[in-house]
Design a protein around this ligand. Sequence first.
Ligand SMILES: Cc1ncc(COP(=O)(O)O)c(C=O)c1O
Length: 406
Amino acid sequence: MAISAKMKDFVANGSMIRKMFEEGTRLKAIYGADKVFDFSLGNPNVPPPDIFKATLKAVVEADDPDLHSYMPNAGLPATRAAIAARLAAEQKVPVQAKHIVVTCGAAGALNIVFKVLLEPGDEVLVSAPYFVEYGFIADNHGGKLKVAPTKSDFSLDVEALEAAMGPRTKIVLVNTPNNPTGKIYSAGSLEALAAAMKKAGSRYGRTIYLVSDEPYRKLAYDGAFVASPLASCPDSIVVTSYSKELSLPGERIGFAAVNPEADDLDALMGALALANRILGFVNAPSLMQKVIVRLIDQEGRDKGIPACVDVSIYQRKRDLLAAGLKAAGYEFFLPEGAFYLFPKIPIVDDNAFLDLLKAENILVVSGAGFGAPGYFRIAYCVEDKVIQGAMPGFARAMEKAKKLGK
Ligand SMILES: Cc1ncc(COP(=O)(O)O)c(C=O)c1O
């Protein structure tokens, strides 16, 4: 056997979303693309803003001799400064360039943060439902995921999190707006969480860091306010990316930002830069760093052009989907942000229901993979016609489920 037993296990259990995506490709080849309704992958379908393309062209044509060069592992100074200024203004935390490490997406940022903070056996505490990759990334660095429930409306259950904190808790990880629920955590709950972490930290004689995974921060609906975990807790780190807010998931560009009040700040920053190097990222893509700095400058100083996709498009898709599902009798909370909807499965047997959807050529992801059996995730970052086309199938699956009974 060439691969390790652990990887064999991960390959078998860990590729549920990708498997669905591949199933979609298979079904499309049989039935035609317009007869398959693939809601499996969070691959943004809203194009990057026009200003992105123009800026990318300008950067390529600028004849910059360093365009494709190596650079400091933490990123280009100008990019770090622009990111810090924007973040400080938005989240009211005095972050500076030296507190930023530019990364290969939010996943790259999570990897460097976990590498730097975790001792073997340390715990990363997270609320379910949670993003599937967290367990793998914690494992990459010898950590273990510990899972606490959320409340029935998917809001943070701070008491449950507090009860789950123990002597091995090193990180509490929050994701707001949330994948897969679309929930935005309230400022009050984040403050209560920070207080609980401080209490547990002094009980166990260690600093517990709040890591805020927030690639969907800009995708909030109905003008919803996305409270800042960074502002609520001094020992905090943001990990995020432009994958969703600029629709650039394939370009692998994001950052980690450390609260200037964080414990052991200087050592933390040095270690994060080194982790970026030795995990093999070396640095985030140069071309994208040069684009990002210009986009932020244009947004902030020169032209006031938002460096963000048109969020109203996702809101319209959410409303279209929610109206159809409601009419068909599904139970769900209306997402406040991100582009996922997480309805209840109406019968006891999750797989039997997902099979009913699959028989309608509707591909979704089981909630079990997100630590929430009894639910399924619909990624509605798809064309409107996919949502519209799927509605009769969603309704028929519900009717069949009702006949099956609980
Ligand atoms: C909650 C969450 N965190 C992190 C990521 C990783 O994002 P990136 O493409 O920036 O690495 C994703 C991607 O879907 C996500 O949903």
